[in-house]
Design a protein around this ligand. Sequence first.
Ligand code: NI
Length: 228
Amino acid sequence: SQCNVEGPYIAMTFDDGPHKEQTPRLLDMLKQRKLKATFFVCGNCVAEYPQIAKRIVEEGHEIASHSWSHPNLIPMSESAVRDQLERTHAIVKQATGVEMKMFRPPYGNFTQRQKNWAFATYGYRTILWDVDTLDWQHRNPARTESIALAQTRPGSIVLQHDIHKTTVDAMPATLDGLVAKGFKFVTVSELVAMDKPVAPKPKATPSPDGGKAPGTPAPGEKSEPGQK
Ligand code: NI
């Protein structure tokens, strides 16, 4: 859900598309600023808009799987989950030529067993997020911007959705704000490649600040998977 990196690197991620109007608008904004992002696409949307999926890849962004039709996978049978992943993998390969390497389960809902199986079967790393702008819920561009700017830190994976006009409306200010704070945009695969294991914590000793290690997120600071 986040990486430990040296340097101000972050990954902006956009889920649930491609969308006929909003994804091309977003791609224009990213292109203008020479910024890279990662798109977790749904197979049924790629089937509808293969040219937009192709454009995502041609413009240097990463494309990754978000299932075929966005179900909650946890209660589903292995064959139904397989169907969701396989069809999406095939349509993205057909539309873009890319063999995807990553998967984000809808709502963040995935069992450990499903996660292991997706890695063993497809080589998919399961990717969540540490910054949730809740863009899908409040549909308020100013809030999307303020959450992204307040919560993003080096190594963050920021969750947003390119199917909502209000999210894309928030992007010029959000992207420019993050650039102004010195963040460098990379794809999720690039961020994961930079990930360094966190050094083992020294033995807990009481300290004046109550023992909270620097950089440890406060309870409730990190959004729980479970939202869209
Ligand atoms: Ni989603």
